[in-house]
Design a protein around this ligand. Structure first.
Ligand SMILES: [Fe+2]
Length: 280
């Protein structure tokens, strides 16, 4: 494999991996480099990976083991560990479902939320549909000492869908075989198990309340933290190309997809998640 290397973006997170084709065998040294880069840059972008579902799973297996995703209605029949993300789905009332809109971190209602999410772009609109990532280490570091002290020992209750969420999730599939946790409690500030760095762990889609606070007080605090964290200076914005493979670290990032494209054009990606630890 020639010219293999990691090239960081001039952004608060993210790097491009060059000189790799996941359809071919890769060496142990490359796997080590990729995993270090994943922890260091939090978002890895690998362009032009024309992988079928099995090849995608093989590529992702270099970073960890597959996490079982919650809503089975999106699993692809030939490979159920992979779910699809598509703008062609509709809510029961007929309105279009735009997946991923609004900043969030994936499946945080799980006791052990996924450490990483991986997307492979299959079909994209001509313009728009970028994914924005927020570096939550940097956002935490940018808080005032007073606010850091205030949130140091707070815990939030994460549910499948918060009643405070501005985005409506698709109902779980009726034949959903997996137990989907009703709620899990996680700290508002978590320590990354591999870097030891602190980051904000908030999720406007799934946090129902903050323990020890009234709902309005808790939601006001969350909104203030979200407004601070999502400043442009903490973000990397990914513009998709077909067959981009993008892998990110849910332990220290928020992300959102933009619905700012022609919805008559298809936006279809494969998604895999990797098992993670209990946030502490
Ligand atoms: Fe997501």
């Amino acid at each position: 494999m020639s010219n293999f290397g990691i090239f960081p973006f001039s952004a608060p997170c993210g790097a491009e991996v060059m000189g790799i084709d996941f359809r071919k065998p890769i060496t142990k040294d490359m796997v080590k480099t990729l995993n270090s880069a994943f922890v260091r840059y939090s978002v890895l972008v690998v362009r032009d990976q024309k992988l079928n579902p099995r090849q995608m799973l093989a590529a992702v297996s270099h970073f960890g083991s597959t996490f079982e995703q919650q809503n089975k209605r999106f699993s692809i029949p030939e490979c159920p560990e992979i779910h699809y993300i598509s703008n062609q789905e509709r809510y029961p009332d007929g309105t279009r479902y735009i997946p991923g809109a609004g900043f969030h971190t994936d499946h945080s209602n799980d006791l052990l939320p996924p450490k990483a999410t991986v997307l492979l772009a299959i079909r994209l609109p001509d313009h728009g549909g970028d994914t924005q990532f927020v570096n939550m280490h940097a956002a935490y570091d940018g808080l005032t000492s007073e606010l850091k002290r205030r949130i140091a020992n707070l815990h939030a209750v994460h549910v499948y869908q918060s009643t405070h969420s501005e985005r409506k999730l698709m109902d779980l599939s009726k034949d959903n075989p997996r137990y989907v946790p009703k709620s899990s409690v996680h700290p508002l500030v978590r320590v990354h198990p591999e870097t030891g760095k602190k980051s904000l762990y908030i999720n406007p889609i799934r946090i129902h309340s903050i323990m020890g606070m009234s709902d309005p007080e808790g939601i006001e605090l969350l909104n203030d933290l979200l407004k601070h964290a999502t400043q442009t200076k903490y973000q990397y914005r990914h513009q998709w190309q077909p067959y981009d493979l993008v892998l990110w670290d849910n332990r220290c990032l928020l992300h959102k997809a933009n619905g700012d494209y022609d919805h008559n054009q298809e936006r279809f990606l494969y998604r895999v998640m990797l098992k993670g630890d209990k946030p502490v």
